[in-house]
Ligand binder design. Structure first.
Ligand code: ZN
Ligand code: ZN
Length: 80
């Protein structure tokens, strides 16, 4: 497993906005989906495939891949 540590940290729901939780879930879901398509971790913090260690980092991360990973993903989808 990878960037999913937040799943086990039991964040206090209510202290967080629903929006942020939803965004976090979406970001991590897309990240994991990227792995299933063979995508590796990214060195760009703005990329969804960037490996984040903390919630703050996950919040900083974008829900979309960088240009390079977008290309890789498109190639993987084409191949499938
Ligand atoms: Zn990962
Ligand atoms: Zn990337």
């Amino acid at each position: 497993m990878s960037a999913g540590a937040w799943r086990y940290s039991r964040p206090r729901v209510g202290a967080e906005s629903t929006d942020r939780l939803r965004r976090r879930a979406a970001t991590e879901a897309i990240h994991e989906l990227g792995h299933t398509f063979g995508l590796r971790h990214c060195s760009r913090p703005s990329c969804v495939m960037w490996f984040s260690n903390t919630l703050a980092e996950t919040d900083r991360k974008d829900v979309s891949p960088c240009a390079e990973h977008a290309r890789e993903l498109a190639r993987a989808l084409d191949a499938g």
